[in-house]
Each structure stands twice: as C-alpha cells, then as structure tokens.
Design a protein around this ligand. Structure first.
Ligand SMILES: Nc1nc2c(c(=O)[nH]1)N[C@H]1C(S)=C(S)[C@@H](COP(=O)(O)O)O[C@H]1N2
Ligand SMILES: [Mo]
Length: 258
C-alpha cells in the first residue's frame, strides 16, 4: 500500500478516535483532548497532571497504544526529516533531562563499555575507541521537545542501521531498548532504528559529546520527539518484548514521532 493510501485510511483512524471521544463523559473528554493534543506533539504534562481516575487512565492508554499503531503504520522508512545549514544551529543548544544539570551522571571514558544484548549474534561490549573506529557521519537537524521548545543541533556518529547489522541484530525483531547511565530508559520500533537518519552519536558540533548532551553517546533520531532520544547510553538490547520507557511509562506516547 502506498504511503498516500495509508494517510487517507488514517483519516478513518481519526474517525474511530473521535467516536471513542464522543462516548466519554464531558470532563473525561476534556482530559482526553489534552492528551490528544500531546499526541500531536504538544506537552503531555498537563494531561498527566489532570488524570487521576484509573479507568480514564487505562482508556487513555488504550488510545495512546492505538495511536502508536497508527503512527508506526504511517511511518515512511524513506522519508527524511529536514536538515539545516550549520549557520542555523541554535547556540547555546538547550540542556534538558528529568534532573538539573548539576546532577549529570559521570561516565568514565577509559572504563566505559557499551553493552549489547538480546536478539543479537555478537554480544561483545564496545569500547569508545572501537565505536570511533566505525565509519562516522554527521547531520544538522531539529530536536523537538514536548515541553514546548525546539532547537537545531549538529550530531555526528555511526549510522545505527550499520551498527545493528554489524552486531548481527535480528532486524525482524520489534524493539530496540536503551538503558542509560542515569535512570533513564526508552525503546524504539525497528523501522525507526533502521531509518537512514538514525545515528548513534559520539559528537556534538564536531566535538566529543559533552556530558550535558549525553556523554558518551546519544541516539539521535530527527524523526522522533526529544524524549525518545536517549543520552548517556550504557546498554542496547534487541527484543520482541515491549520495553516501555521512563516517560512512556508515565503516559507519554510510546511511538513519539514528530
Ligand atoms: N539519559 C537521558 N536521556 C534523555 C533525557 C534524560 O533525562 N536522560 N531526557 C530526554 C529529553 S525529554 C530531551 S528533550 C532530550 C534533551 O537533550 P539535550 O539535553 O541534548 O537537549 O534528551 C532526552 N534524553
Ligand atoms: Mo524532552
């Protein structure tokens, strides 16, 4: 099916969501609308704060999982996110995490090993030197955070598809999960993992990735919202079991496409 045909059909998906909305009582409908806006790429924080009934929460979660399916189905593996000239880089690029900048995790470069696990043939742990020895590429793209800001930055590193092939990952698996040096974790769909602009980045603006932007590495996906881009990656695993994520488990939409 063509992507255009899918988009036309997705309008029917919207109709299903609207019908589900009509069945909710008025206050819940308002709650849902908050969440629906978020699914469109706006802040979820208000929606989260408003939700206090378990039934409403589970209904919203179902709609969110439905939205994941629609987004996954609409995802075009060949459609590239916009790139920008270096003159448009946002300076200084914002820092964001679930904690303040003075609480950044400290990662020792010399002893660091990237763990690779799950459905992969080669589970050896990678040193930073080994990762830097792989072919590198860079790109200038826009990072969009659901908290209401966006910024253009330049990240460099290894094409994630190349990395996954290199470690003999099962490319038919559903998810790639990430565990970070802070307590952050997230997971992505395999088609996005294999997207040509998805990079396992080791540099920011031509320099070694600074601590605030996720030393020693950040997965950068210009096709996904900020919270889907894990910093301080320590372990990568390929799995068919839904791994969730730090914000996703608190109600953020899992697919998180921008
Ligand atoms: N390990 C880790 N990764 C993370 C986060 C975090 O708190 N910890 N926050 C996410 C969010 S919500 C955003 S917007 C970006 C911010 O990245 P930046 O500090 O490079 O702007 O990192 C994402 N990845
Ligand atoms: Mo974010």
């Amino acid at each position: 099916m063509t992507i255009e045909a899918k988009r036309r059909l997705a309008l029917d998906g919207d109709a299903v969501v609207k019908e589900a909305l009509r069945r909710l009582d008025q206050p819940s409908r308002r709650l849902f609308l908050g969440r629906a806006l978020t699914l469109g790429g706006l802040s979820l924080l208000t929606g989260c704060a408003l939700v206090d009934e378990e039934s409403v929460e589970s209904a919203l979660m179902k709609v969110s999982r439905f939205n994941d399916k629609v987004q996954a189905w609409l995802f075009d593996p060949n459609l590239l996110a916009p790139t920008y000239p270096e003159s448009m880089i946002t300076r200084p690029f914002p820092f964001n995490a679930y904690y303040a900048e003075d609480e950044l995790p400290e990662v020792d470069a010399a002893s660091f090993r990237l763990e690779v696990g799950g459905l992969v043939a080669d589970k050896h742990a990678w040193t930073l030197a080994e990762l830097r020895a792989l072919p590198q590429t860079d790109q200038v793209t826009r990072h969009i955070c659901v908290e209401g800001w966006s910024a253009i930055g330049k990240w460099g590193g290894v094409k994630f598809a190349d990395f996954l092939r290199r470690v003999g990952a099962d490319l038919s698996a559903k998810y790639v999960g990430f565990q970070c040096a802070d307590d952050y974790f997230t997971s992505i769909d395999m088609p996005t993992a294999l997207h040509p602009q998805t990079l396992l980045t080791l540099t920011y603006d031509g320099q070694e990735l600074p601590a605030r932007y996720g030393f020693p590495m950040k997965l950068r996906m210009p096709t996904k919202l900020g919270y889907k881009n894990p910093k301080h990656i320590q372990a990568i695993f390929v799995t068919n079991t839904y791994p969730g994520g730090y914000w996703e488990n608190q109600g953020y939409n899992w697919f998180g496409g921008s």
